[in-house]
Design a protein around this ligand. Sequence first.
Ligand code: 6GU
Length: 227
Amino acid sequence: MRIDILTVLPDLFTSWFGESIIERARSKGLVEVHVHDLRAWSTDKHRRVDDYPFGGGAGMVMQVEPIHRAITELKSQRAYDEVIYLSPDGELLGQPLANQLSTARNLILLCGHYKGVDERVREHLITREVSIGDYVLTGGELAAAVLSDAIIRLVPGVIGDETSALSDSFQDGLVAPPAYTRPADYQGWKVPDVLLSGHQARIDAWRHEQAVDRTRKRRPGLLGSGE
Ligand code: 6GU
């Protein structure tokens, strides 16, 4: 899988993609993440990529031309499955969308800034708009990092334990059961006996019960939604 990120703040991504599990995925050759500075496609001598809004009002708008030039150049090099604009009014990111996007070969993620992008970008260049939640961030960069992480960890081989991505919270519509590690007794705070019993069938049954119970208490909306 290859992800191309278009942003005016490329440095924001270096430590995240340089040091996380994503870096392991990159060095194993499972994913490529390319972060591009949109200013590289600016035709302005000051490398500007934004301008005042027609009709007036506060805030700047990201111009169509640099974004068009960037996307056109990338598309001339390979076919993209989706060109995604990260926007608070996009489709809400959930596990089903992450699952779907994890099967893509090539994705472009466009990070908005200021008052967003010229609407013609959305009309003519974007195939999908994604929000990571109902709150407003200063720009799309964190959302692009979140979306990339959610997608990349689902690519086969990225997570060491092959089963762990499938047994995630949400993957089966349930939150995760509680987990414990040594010591079995920490100053009187004890690990449930069943986990020390060695009976795998009983342990699996207990974990499932706990997951259902927790989901009912914490995230009842996940039960019976079919997602
Ligand atoms: Cl994608 N962008 C911004 N600016 N705020 C957000 C968001 C995106 N998703 C949730 N809030």
